[in-house]
Design a binder for this molecule. Structure first.
Ligand code: NAP
Length: 487
């Protein structure tokens, strides 16, 4: 299968925080991959902007280093070994700028070509968003067609998210604001929509009549060492559930939009968030990882021996609408878990009656893997091959992209690069709208406030496990179990 690359229009992309961790790890290597794929026009330019006193050549050297350190491989060789690197670097420029002062803004103004698509990526701390937005307007850099890209976190509760949205709204229209949640840029997540709305066979089954429950897991093996103090102010609920897990839940649960356009899709997602039920305390398990011989405990990593912040959370929630009445959605995410794996599993109901000797041959499960490899499997019951009568087995029908796309699987863009190209194209479908973010906080806030009011203490769990045993017990109480995740 040959993947098609459609070049975008010529653009000037300014990356505020171009020297930072996110830019070096994700944004710039991702843009280089798009360059190699032929998607970046030869007259497009990427302008790094930060306080560091370097010139364009210094920035190019830094990007060369970042590509070799974080670029990984493309096909059978390292990204940094591609001959196109020099031509890509030649399209980079840099401006020393202070988001909070006046230095550098007129130089940036002189570099940005207004006749092209202009996008400004705010890869800086959210506290600088307002300063940058204001100066973009004040210095005549942004007009009605400019786009801004903002990174999570979008606030830490409803009121701070509202404040952030109001600040951005005083300088830009909603159609100019691209709030990135990189989970939405994953190939499989978009395939989830293709699967649901591009095939006739799933939609009739996609409801409380046929679906028993849904599991969403985002498990990480890393802890928070190195950024413990920062993480300790948010925790798994704010850092993962409020954004990534809720976005995945929305795509699974939403009604079919009338068309695949940004507002139709986002309207439907918003309805799901608004229909989410409050979660009772006994349907939540919070945890903190313990130390091992070689790694520190969460409390040590957070440098806060008395912290009540969770590094793991599991919860059961419901969506109050016709489609999902009574269907539990189980969500879990955590650090220092046994494997790095993200999966959404739609577990269908058992057969109403089995004509075979035994009815315990397994359920149909549609599982969508996001990490470590992206792919979709459907567990089906078939006859075990060979003689010996009608013995049944449950086997997965497997669609991993590596198999389906053959050698072109390497050309599947990473989430960041795909989303940046969507910004240039002006397509907001895979970005969060301001009202979605606020609705998500409106659901999250009371849960967090309840923990605070009760001084809720997270349960310890072994590093390298799947979280506190209570999270298995909560499932067992419902007569269900967490699926084993692919290693
Ligand atoms: P970082 O490594 O601390 O980088 C911050 C960048 O901002 C640096 O380039 C810094 O460069 C620049 N900067 C700081 N103050 C500035 C000022 N007054 N004027 C102009 N530039 C300034 O942070 P990061 O990890 O890249 O994160 C950037 C944003 O992305 C944050 O909002 C973060 O929450 C979000 N995010 C990051 C990741 C990730 O994987 N890193 C993932 C998701 C979201 P100078 O010091 O040279 O000015």
């Amino acid at each position: 299968m040959v993947s098609r690359v459609i070049p975008v229009k010529p653009f000037d992309l300014v990356i505020f925080g171009g020297t930072g961790d996110l830019a070096r790890r994700k944004i710039l290597p991702g843009l280089f991959r798009r360059f190699i794929a032929g998607q970046m026009p030869s007259d497009a330019r990427i302008i790094g902007a930060a306080r560091s006193d370097i010139d364009a050549q210094g920035f190019r050297d830094m990007v060369r280093q970042a590509v070799s350190e974080f670029g990984g491989t493309l096909g059978d060789k390292a990204l940094a070994e591609y001959d196109e690197l020099d031509s890509f670097l030649a399209q980079l420029d840099y401006v020393t700028i202070d988001a909070m002062g006046e230095q550098g803004w007129s130089e940036l103004r002189s570099k940005v070509r207004k006749e092209l698509v202009n996008a400004f990526y705010f890869s800086v701390a959210p506290s600088l968003f307002g300063d940058i937005a204001e100066r973009l307007k004040k210095h005549g850099l942004a007009d009605e067609d400019s786009r801004i890209v903002v990174e999570k976190p979008f606030g830490r509760d409803l009121s701070s998210a509202q404040e952030l949205n109001e600040t951005l709204a005083s300088f830009f229209k909603e159609k100019q604001i691209y709030r990135i949640d990189h989970y939405l840029g994953k190939e499989t997540v978009q395939n989830l929509m293709a699967l649901r709305f591009g095939n006739i066979m799933f939609e009739p089954l996609w409801n409380a009549n046929y679906v028993d429950h849904i599991q969403i897991t985002v498990a990480e093996t890393v802890g928070v060492s190195g950024r413990g103090a920062y993480y300790d102010k948010s925790g798994a609920m704010r850092d993962m559930v409020q954004n990534h897990l809720m976005q995945l839940l929305c795509l699974i649960a939403m009604e079919p939009p009338s068309q695949f356009s940004s507002d139709s899709v986002r309207d439907e997602k918003l309805k799901v968030i608004r229909a989410l039920q409050p979660v009772a305390p006994h349907e939540i398990v919070r945890g903190q990882y313990d130390a091992t011989e070689t790694t520190l405990s969460y409390r040590e990593d957070a440098e806060n021996p008395r912290t009540f912040t969770e590094s793991f959370i599991m919860m059961k929630t419901h969506i109050a609408n016709f489609r999902w009445a009574g269907v539990p959605f189980y969500l879990r995410t955590g650090k220092r878990m046994s494997n790095r794996a993200s999966e959404i599993a739609v577990v269908f109901k058992a057969l109403p009656h089995s004509i075979f000797d035994s009815n315990d041959h397994g359920r149909n499960v549609l599982s969508i893997q996001l990490q470590p490899d992206e792919g979709i499997t459907m567990d089906m019951t078939i006859k075990e091959p060979g003689p010996g009568g009608m013995r049944l087995v449950n086997v997965p029908l497997d669609m991993s992209f590596a198999d389906a796309l053959g050698p072109d699987a390497d050309d599947v863009p990473d989430a960041y690069e795909r989303l940046i190209m969507d910004v240039i194209r002006g397509n907001q479908t895979l970005f969060m709208r301001g009202d979605e973010v606020e609705a998500a906080w409106a659901w999250t806030d009371p849960i967090i406030e309840d923990w605070k009011a009760r001084n809720d203490v997270p349960k310890p769990y072994d590093s390298g496990s799947m979280g506190p045993l209570d999270s298995q017990a909560l499932m067992q109480r419902d007569g269900r179990a967490w699926r084993e995740l692919k290693k």
